[in-house]
Design a protein around this ligand. Sequence first.
Ligand code: PXP
Length: 262
Amino acid sequence: MNSHEHPLPQLGINIDHIATLRQLRGTPYPDLVEAARLSVAGGAEQITIHLREDRRHIHDADVRDIRAALGKSIPARLNLEMAATDEMLKIARKTKPEWACLVPEKRQEVTTEGGLALEKNEKRIRKILDGLKKSGIRVSLFIEPTAKAVKLSRAWGADAVELHTGKYCIETQRKDASTPKGRKRVENQLRRIEDAARAGQGILVHAGHGFDYENVRPVAALADGGMPLIREYNIGHAVVCRAALVGLERAVREMKSAILAP
Ligand code: PXP
């Protein structure tokens, strides 16, 4: 089911960090298709992966394997995050994800820092956006939470925007977040997200980057006439970190048993 057909916000789980764990050692595990299956078993409607130009976590073979499973043995859609380049357009056309999310990409960054500079890169972004849409792929643009960027994305024919929530999330995680000054900074960032989301008539509004189990709640509570303003979340790091803790006891028990009962 697609996000605009569903009254409740939907969840995409970004499994890049599972691939990062694998790449730290170059091991054949953890299995990304299994990670996708478990994410969907937990309630995710979508699997999100970012095939970066430098292939630092997700590899081309992962994209193929995950695509082959989603919509078949795993009931969920694929959201391919990608830079607006001809190379990625070619891969997306072959892969046919249900959604593509165009993101800015810099080689040196640890993670995506900021939304697309739409006006500066208009020609390139619109070329890739149109190319994706011609192939029947729905497109979201990862943007800073401003009304201007939302309106421009709609004018260019994007199906959705994904609001970059990183600045808000950083403010919520600062040590002084609960002081009056800190609370004000969090509130200002939350209002930016709300104002941008309210400018989203005629385009779907998604959100992602930096969410944890607490700071997602005030955003998810933003509503208009009982309808949530944000229709889809793409979340990765906090979920993978939580999984490492809630899964650790069982993982240790299985290793102990492998040693004691070889
Ligand atoms: N959405 C986009 C466009 C991203 O680039 C990322 C990070 O890869 C996410 C969502 C997920 O962010 P996080 O891992 O901080 O939850």
